[in-house]
Ligand binder design. Structure first.
Ligand code: ADP
Length: 289
């Protein structure tokens, strides 16, 4: 089966994760117990998930001129994502400074850095979008860039898939261009009924309860395989990336496949590193009644 050509226009961040007994109060210093740096950002995570599932993926994004930029680019290259359209801009790369406390609760500061400088699309970006089967976007980059990408895709019969996270009001020009909206329950609630009703395909992810899929003609629930979840970080990104890889004439088959990918992502720690390979997803889908 031919897999989709996917263009992701989105963010890439370095996640700086400190394990702490409890988060520090203002003015306080606490001693952490562990520290990791992991490439992340919803755009890059979803691009990597799509590529690991077998899609041809082009990533349109921006890194800074700091040392993090090298690792952020390399994470995409390692997953065989095309980074031809990833630019380097002056200043810091995007970072997320995260504390994880003993109860698993987290506190996060995101500084967009280079992601905020992704304000224009080049001719090469526009060509890649026009040539793709699916454009996949999130909202961790300037909204105007997402709108421009989506409108260009819609004008060239490229399916526009949007994961509107972090959620914010969606301009009419963007809503009119979106074919598939991928939201979790919180985002669905925040966007509201009218916004969801405006989109042809709405996919609501429900964690361990699977997925709800709505078109103007049908409403369908798709359960998720049961797995031993250890860390749900990255499940939503794995789901969205794999859905973009599979989306086509049979949405239900694509949703089952993406749901299995989301489930597998919860069985490992981390975000993009936890997204499964095609062989792993195939094995789970086949074993599942
Ligand atoms: P988000 O991380 O954006 O909140 P969800 O938690 O809804 O997204 O997860 C996305 C998808 O991953 C779900 O629709 C489901 O298919 C799968 N998934 C997530 N958590 C689990 C779980 N505990 N068990 C099985 N599948 C899961």
């Amino acid at each position: 089966m031919r897999r989709n050509r996917v263009v992701v226009v989105g963010s890439t961040n370095m996640d700086l994760v400190a394990s702490v007994p409890r988060p520090p109060a203002p003015g306080e210093t606490v001693l952490g117990t562990a520290f990791t740096t992991t490439p992340g950002g919803k755009g890059a995570n979803q691009a990597i998930a799509a590529a690991k599932a077998g899609a041809d993926v082009v990533f349109v994004g921006a890194v800074g001129d700091d040392t993090f930029a090298l690792d952020l680019r390399q994470a995409l290259v390692d997953a065989e994502v095309d980074t031809e359209n990833l630019r380097e801009v002056p200043g810091p790369s995007g970072v997320a400074a995260i504390t994880v406390d003993a109860d698993g609760g987290n506190a996060i500061v995101v500084v967009p850095g280079a992601n905020a400088q992704l304000t224009t699309l080049t001719d090469a970006d526009l060509q890649a979008i026009a040539d793709a089967d699916v454009l996949l976007c999130q909202l961790e980059i300037p909204l105007d860039t997402v709108v421009a990408a989506a409108r260009h895709a819609a004008a060239h019969d490229t399916v526009v898939m949007l994961n509107p996270s972090p959620v914010r009001p969606l301009p009419d020009a963007l809503l009119a261009a979106v074919d598939v909206l991928v939201v979790n329950q919180t985002e669905a609630w925040q966007l509201g009924r009218d916004v969801l009703a405006a989109v042809p395909h709405v996919v609501t992810t429900l964690g361990a309860d699977g997925v709800r899929y709505r078109t103007h003609q049908l409403l369908q629930s798709i359960p998720s395989p049961t797995v031993d979840a250890v860390d749900t970080t990255g499940a939503g990104d794995a789901f969205a990336g794999v859905l973009a890889c599979e989306w086509g004439a049979e949405p239900l088959a694509a949703l089952i496949f993406a749901g299995a990918a989301g489930a597998l992502a919860t069985t490992r720690r981390g975000a993009s590193v936890s997204s499964p390979t095609r062989a792993e997803i195939d094995a789970l889908v086949t074993a599942w009644p």
